[in-house]
Design a protein around this ligand. Structure first.
Ligand SMILES: [Zn+2]
Length: 263
């Protein structure tokens, strides 16, 4: 069974006891089975911008912490949906609807849409949900979820991702968020703006992996971590790295701090 980006929101919904009306995706049973014997206090959905399945394999050493997480959990190669652009594809991941169904093509579309993502559906059901993303995206989600934190890229994309990570960890602790989505952009930003050689991609991937490590060591409650990407590399110069493959990885990990570490 080949899964797609449409299946992520229905799967998160199933774990939270929420059915998405008219969803286009299905529940990934391997994930609900993986969770069946675990106590899960909170869910982190991490979207790494611009990481296709073929690039993932090539970056393996640079993403060691992420690999370890999925080695102890689950790993899928899932189909990405056209148009393979950040906003509509994150829309697909969060809603479980095709782009033709959710119509979220630009950030501006997310302000007044009647379409509700799994984050809004969770919040409405009393499951505190939050999002830590770029400023405009966070503005569009404020009043739709329990906590929307916007981060501006002022000191470079690596600092931006680090602040996303720090703020998300704080929000889990201080606001008791149960479902959190974060968007890490260093890799896609590098590919778009400053990558001159393969080593630049490796460096960017390593910074993503460091943030993953911060999550794994900083989460203070038993947490299900889902890591995926919005689209494979879509910058012409570097697209060859994906070998014509339009899949993205979906990694599933579980972090349970030792009892002494818990508050
Ligand atoms: Zn993107």
């Amino acid at each position: 069974m080949k899964y797609t980006q449409l299946d992520i929101a229905p799967t998160v919904g199933a774990l939270l006891g929420i059915d998405i009306p008219d969803k286009d995706g299905d529940v990934i049973k391997e994930i609900t089975d993986f969770c069946a014997d675990k106590y899960i206090d909170q869910i982190l959905l991490m979207i790494i911008d611009g990481l296709g399945a073929a690039l993932w394999k090539k970056l393996n050493g640079a993403l060691a912490r992420l690999k370890a997480l999925s080695d102890h959990g689950l790993f899928f190669e899932i189909s990405s949906l056209p148009p393979r652009i950040t906003t509509p594809n994150i829309g697909t991941i969060l809603t479980g609807y095709t782009p033709e169904h959710h119509l979220l093509y630009k950030v501006a579309d997310t302000f007044y849409t009647p379409v509700r993502s799994i984050l809004e559906l969770a919040s409405e059901k009393g499951v505190k949900s939050g999002i830590v993303i770029e400023l405009l995206g966070a503005k569009s989600m404020s009043n739709r979820v329990d906590l929307a934190i916007g981060v501006e890229n002022i000191h470079g994309i690596i600092d931006y991702d680090q602040r996303i990570t720090r703020l998300a960890l704080k929000a889990f602790d201080l606001e008791e968020i149960k479902l959190m989505m974060v968007h890490l952009r260093a890799l896609d930003n590098c590919v778009h703006h400053y990558a001159k050689a393969w080593d630049d991609l490796v460096f960017s991937a390593q910074t993503i992996d460091e943030n993953c490590q911060k999550f794994c060591s900083g989460l203070r409650k038993p947490t299900l971590i889902l890591v995926t990407s919005d689209h494979p590399v879509h910058v012409d110069k570097w697209a060859y790295l994906e070998d014509g493959n339009q899949d993205v990885p979906l990694m599933v990990g579980y972090v349970s701090p030792a009892p002494d570490d818990q508050p």
